[in-house]
Design a protein around this ligand. Structure first.
Ligand SMILES: [Zn+2]
Length: 364
């Protein structure tokens, strides 16, 4: 399944604009749904010289070849340096652009920037002021648009205010409210909706996600690209966490902390502790739903365990612990003793099931 079939509605909207194309589109929607891939596909189709009736790029003509080899002279991709190291750019839609560039002092080298820099924006000047190499448009794709810092955004704003003839800007964003209002106002908004679950599952199957596609999709809140990323990158953390949570109400908090700490240390990606807490927050959300007699949103395969745990606790206490988990999520971005931190987390989690009284962490 091609990306335009997954997002047929947004694709139709993009195609309807071809005859009166504005100079900037803001392609926006939830993280992890494939907006970047859709925007890239649209850009390729705009440059393709043998596109089909549905505007799908042929993939065979000379411009398609250039585009697929990432050297089309009429296309520029503006993205943070950190994105270039990612295997799949679409998966990076879910990375938080709020995490700015930092120096990896321990490694003695600077980490790739997580922002789009003003130098990248300035480098567009020549591109925008010379004619197209082919007969088509000159396209600049900015992803994620919210990764532009203020200086970059202001620089880009000038290009949007005085658009070069034949230039098209595609801004892709999961957090468009963070963009400068002056930038937003110069773009035509193209929303990309969450695809239907059936289409997502089919897309995941075709992408090699096996029989658990439905469960991974649920864990990703229905976002197919995020589901594929979770499967690829979060399996170790998830298995370690579930190994403890599935012990229901009788587990050893200190042992659970030790086990999860091992998984966190074995994880080579950044913010492993924070990501583990985020998984736990999803579990808490489902636990709260179970308390209310509702089906889980994220952990579809564990309805019975959730119900069992919910029966031993209360919605009030789960909400209180969930509020505490928001603090944990912020706290674990700092350098912390991960063992002590996780011991506190699991001791508080275990306390959910020993009393129905108000927890110490509950806000009075
Ligand atoms: Zn083509």
């Amino acid at each position: 399944m091609e990306i335009h079939a997954l997002h047929s509605e947004a694709w139709g909207r993009l195609n309807s604009l071809r005859s009166r194309l504005p100079h900037a589109l803001l392609i926006a929607g939830r993280p992890g749904i494939g907006k970047f891939d859709l925007a890239m596909y649209f850009a390729q189709s705009m440059l393709c010289e043998q596109a089909g009736d549905d505007f799908a790029p042929c993939g065979k003509c000379l411009p398609c070849g250039w585009f697929l080899r990432k050297n089309h002279p009429d296309f520029r991709l503006l993205q943070p340096e950190s994105e270039k190291e990612h295997d799949r750019a679409s998966a990076s839609e879910v990375a938080s652009p709020a995490d700015d560039a930092v120096s990896d002092k321990s490694a003695g080298k600077k980490k790739p920037s997580r922002q789009i820099t003003i130098d990248q924006s300035r480098a567009l000047d020549d591109f925008l002021h010379v004619g197209a190499h082919r007969r088509g448009a000159r396209i600049v794709l900015v992803h994620p648009a919210e990764a532009m810092n203020r200086a970059t955004a202001n620089s880009l704003l000038k290009s949007l205010e005085e658009p070069s003839e034949g230039a098209l800007f595609l801004l892709v964003s999961s957090e468009f409210s963070r963009l400068l209002p002056t930038i937003r106002s110069r773009c035509l908004f193209v929303p990309v909706a969450l695809p239907e679950a059936e289409k997502c599952e089919e897309w995941l199957h075709r992408s090699g996600v096996g029989k658990d596609a439905k469960n991974w999709l649920a864990l990703a809140g229905g976002s197919p690209f995020l589901a594929a990323q979770l499967l690829k990158e979060e399996q170790g953390l998830l298995e370690a966490l579930l190994a403890e949570l599935l012990k229901k109400t009788k587990f050893d908090p200190l042992g659970a902390a030790a086990s999860l700490e091992r998984a966190v240390k074995a994880d080579k990606r950044r913010n492993a502790l924070k990501r583990a807490i985020e998984l736990m927050q999803k579990w808490l959300f489902d636990l709260f739903l179970a308390c209310k007699g509702l089906l889980p949103r994220y952990f579809l395969a564990h309805v019975e365990v959730l119900r069992h745990c919910a029966a031993a606790s209360s919605a009030e206490n789960i909400l209180a612990f969930n509020r505490k988990s928001l603090e944990y999520r912020l706290f674990c971005e700092q350098p912390v003793n991960s063992r002590l931190f996780l011991e506190e987390v699991f001791l508080n989690y275990a306390a959910l099931f020993v009393t129905r009284r108000r927890l110490p962490c509950q806000v009075q």
